[in-house]
Ligand binder design. Sequence first.
Ligand SMILES: Nc1ncnc2c1ncn2[C@@H]1O[C@H](COP(=O)(O)OP(=O)(O)OP(=O)(O)O)[C@@H](O)[C@H]1O
Length: 352
Amino acid sequence: MRTPQLADTAETGAVGLENVIEVGGLRQKYGDFEAVRGVSFTVARGEVFALLGTNGAGKTTTMEVLEGFTPATQGTVRVLGLDPVRQRRGLRPRIGIMLQEGGFFGDLTVAETVELWKGLSEDAGRPVTLSGTEVPGRLSLTGWTKGINGATMGALELVGLENKARTRVKQLSGGQKRRLDLALAVLSAPELLFLDEPTTGMDPEARRTTWRVIEDLRERGTTVLLTTHYLEEAERLASRLAIMHEGRIHTYGTVDEVVSGSGDIVSFRLGGASRSYDELPFLDGAAPTLTYTGEGTEVVYTLTDGQAHVRAHAALSPLLAWADGRGEVLERLTVRRGTLEDAFMRVVGETA
Ligand SMILES: Nc1ncnc2c1ncn2[C@@H]1O[C@H](COP(=O)(O)OP(=O)(O)OP(=O)(O)O)[C@@H](O)[C@H]1O
């Protein structure tokens, strides 16, 4: 992790690789409201980059600018070397988009929806060349359902919807609609895939199926920009990630860099009456955070050098001396490495 707060022109970048996405100082306004406030990052070819963040952080807005739906209010944006708005026609056939809320015709069946989408993709300038070898994932392309094109069945098998081919879209569950969205997004084997909260509403099994699809795509060299609220999803899929809050990127880097930036967490509980903050010692310069509960006081320290879990005795010695001197019991004393969730909560806490 390079810096906790990026300047408008700073970049997150993987050095030496071809950048498929380049965003510099992006600002995006809705009327007077600035939803994105100077965001810069790059996504290298073949990587999965995750945009994490709080609700309303500006993730979807950023995606929509990159997808060419709306011009940037300010800043530079290049996608596959192109201006996504001015050169949308050239870009569109090379990208796949899974919107946060896909719009379907409810009366069409699942298979008809895929057929319609293929037709639209062809109209966009590139014949869809879906075949057994070109579809990402492990497909059998059985095409067993009479009258349904093998490629269509292949796309549905990819996301586990082959048994729903003849079901009307309006009869699908929310998670099944997300899977159909994903099938459409990967239909033309895009170079670059935008996935906006791809697994929201999916059950754990469907989520894992989707992760495997994304991992297959990654192995085949597809570049993926994804937004998610599931930290586990980002940890599993992303080579790099950024955490956004209130229109800005606050933290970015590889998962390891971001996690190590969240330091080590020391926690314990003091029983009895509530305590005051100034009773407790600092640890490695860190002040404690106290939360009063009915059962006692929960105390948490965040040690930023990230080594406390390795040399716990040294890190804890001022605390142990304090407890011994006062006859205090440190209930459930734990020292652990910070997690992505800790990094996320720190971003939110720092700016609260
Ligand atoms: N069309 C719009 N008109 C006005 N404000 C908008 C519009 N779309 C989004 N916003 C506002 O812009 C901000 C960023 O929204 P955005 O959808 O980009 O956030 P997000 O990070 O994707 O959030 P979430 O995780 O909740 O989906 C929010 O405050 C939202 O209310």
